[in-house]
Write a protein of this length. Structure first.
Length: 109
């Protein structure tokens, strides 16, 4: 297999699968789907795609059941980055660069 969709049949199956998952199919679409599904190879491609979808759902359920990683390490890093940015802004604003602040700066009031 060279990729997730390696034949026209697989691409067709994916399009029909998406149309069915969308939930609204016209009468013409349903008739065309039933005709397409009568071919044994098409039915096999659709069954394979449905099996893959089911496996993804099972895997997603297992991943969702695991506890979320602790954010305890993220918060100190975020605070440190904010402090560094504040110090950088303060250094620039007091560096004697008169163009740094606009004319609405607190020093002009």
């Amino acid at each position: 297999m060279s990729g997730p969709l390696h034949s026209d049949r697989d691409r067709d199956a994916a399009q029909w699968f998406a149309a069915r998952r969308r939930g609204i199919m016209s009468l013409e679409e349903r008739t065309a789907y039933q005709e397409w599904l009568k071919d044994v190879d098409n039915a096999s491609a659709m069954a394979n795609l449905e099996r893959i979808w089911e496996m993804v759902g099972i895997a997603e359920h297992h991943v969702a059941a695991e506890p979320a990683p602790s954010r305890g390490r993220l918060r100190p890093a975020l605070v440190a980055a904010m402090c560094a940015a504040s110090i950088g802004i303060a250094a620039l604003s007091y560096s004697g660069n008169p163009g740094f602040w606009t004319t609405l700066d607190w020093t002009d009031r």
